[in-house]
Design a protein around this ligand. Sequence first.
Ligand code: FE
Length: 202
Amino acid sequence: MSGAYDHLVTIGAVEGIAELFGSEGARDYLGEPVTVAAHLLQAGALAEAAGAPPVLVAAALLHDVGHLRAARPDRSVAERSGRELMAGHDNRHGARGAAWLARWFPPAVTEPVRLHVAAKRYLCAAEPSYFSLLSQASVYTLSVQGGPMSEAEAGEFKALPYAADAVRVRRWDDQAKDPSAQVPGFGHFRPLLAGLVAPLGA
Ligand code: FE
């Protein structure tokens, strides 16, 4: 019984994510030359090419799922406007995406997702050369996300359990904005995601 139930939960989770990639994922990505879905598929492919473990490939693939969720027609107007971020507000997409994913995925997936915005602020403080790698849109959002971390904030961030993983996801995130990149479709990642789903309470 519970085996069948778990199977249904796994199908539901992966299909729910696939549906987001296929619908809201087709939107443009906050001033970048790629759609959100293409950006996420590129990030997942970069993680895979780097030999990252499945939990990190999933984190890279899903790091902006909060943007996709926020774009759904059933969300509030304020939440829906991904452009809210570009208009000067941080829509906290990392935390929202992680909270949604936590229904099915372990912290090794959700924590790097939650921390990927903080990782940008951390890298700006920790690596002087990092800032020059950021896209124009990403430099703008940095300013509404709190700007570079102070030394004390960077020290606290670095001590978090998933800080190093969040930094890895961040680097793939920053590279995954190439409009000419050839990336696998969402289906390529289905088995990997299905293998990680563990419903809460199971
Ligand atoms: Fe991103």
